[in-house]
Design a protein around this ligand. Structure first.
Ligand code: 4G1
Length: 283
């Protein structure tokens, strides 16, 4: 799969794609990263790529002509159909589902804005789809493009080593991840939860699921009802997590990062009443 990144700061993209999992995927030829600099398509002596906004206001707006020419270069390099994405605060929220879907596409053009953004006519005329990585102000779309490249590349065959079972994966997508521990077994007086040292894989799995439920209730309670309706969590799963919470020692609770057990209990209780058979087999 190939990403064509339109950016005034190509070094940001090249650097960002040269480390870790993404860097290895580039080396292995599993993904390719091309950058196109709209500055190379500026037509005036100053090589301008921006101008003041009509209607007034702060910030400069990227000119449509250099971006259209840069898009044309990316599309001819793609040599066929390509998805065109403008990283923008106004876009559809980027998600795990979107990353999986994009991983099925061979050629993706990622347009990065700078300054006050891009002339909207360019977005409409070229048929860019707008995607946002979150609700905050950024100085440019490059970090958004890097987020998309990273999350999408991980879904390409051969990019990751062996991954977890599909149920554990779907569990981890909807709830927060369970915490992890390594050596030493005791550090600053904090013990690794003893069940993780037991070698009992069923108990380890149950402990991790319970920890994930409890930590989700603490940090992202709005995810719980989604997890329930998707069948990843049900009433008995919530009751198991509540029982695990009562069984935790103070030390374990600290090691897990469960800072407010009362709040977690109150947030989970409403879900503990749900019927346990809601995973689909009965009518
Ligand atoms: C209005 C956020 C503008 C921002 C409202 C998420 C932010 C790209 C993203 C902005 C950008 C809010 C993103 C803002 C982004 C041109 C240069 C647009 C940077 C730019 C809440 C500045 N996901 N923002 N405008 O940040 O590119 O992808």
């Amino acid at each position: 799969m190939r990403f064509h990144v339109l950016t005034l700061f190509p070094e940001m993209i090249r650097q960002g794609c040269s480390h870790g999992v993404v860097g290895q995927a580039v080396k292995d030829g599993k993904i390719r990263i091309e950058t196109v600099n709209p500055r190379d398509f500026a037509t005036d002596v100053h090589r301008s790529v921006d101008d003041r906004p009509f209607g007034g206001g702060d910030g400069m707006v990227l000119l449509p002509e250099p971006l259209a020419a840069a898009t044309g270069k990316a599309l001819s390099a793609a040599g066929g159909p390509a998805r065109k994405i403008y990283l923008s605060a106004r876009g559809r929220p980027f998600s795990d589902a979107m990353s999986r879907e994009l991983a099925t596409v061979d050629e993706v053009v990622l347009l990065c804005g700078r300054y006050g953004g891009v002339d909207q006519r360019l977005i409409e005329a070229e048929g860019y789809e707008e995607v946002s990585i979150g609700d905050y102000v950024l100085s440019g779309g490059e970090l958004g493009a890097l987020v998309v490249i990273d999350a999408v590349s991980r879904h390409r065959p051969g990019v990751l080593g062996n991954s977890a079972s599909s149920f554990d994966e779907s569990f981890a997508e909807v709830l927060l991840e369970h915490p992890q521990y390594t050596r030493p077994r005791e550090w600053l007086g904090l013990e690794v939860p003893v069940v993780l040292l037991s070698g009992n894989h069923a108990k380890v799995r149950d402990w991790r699921r319970n920890a994930a439920v409890l930590l989700t209730a603490q940090a992202r309670p709005e995810l719980l009802s989604d997890a329930m309706s998707r069948g990843v969590l049900n009433g008995s799963g919530v009751r198991a997590a509540l029982e695990a919470l009562e069984a935790l020692s103070d030390g374990e609770r600290r090691a897990i990062g469960l800072r407010d057990p009362g709040l977690v209990r109150a947030r989970l209780r409403p879900f503990s009443q749900a019927l346990s058979g809601s995973r689909g087999s009965e009518p």
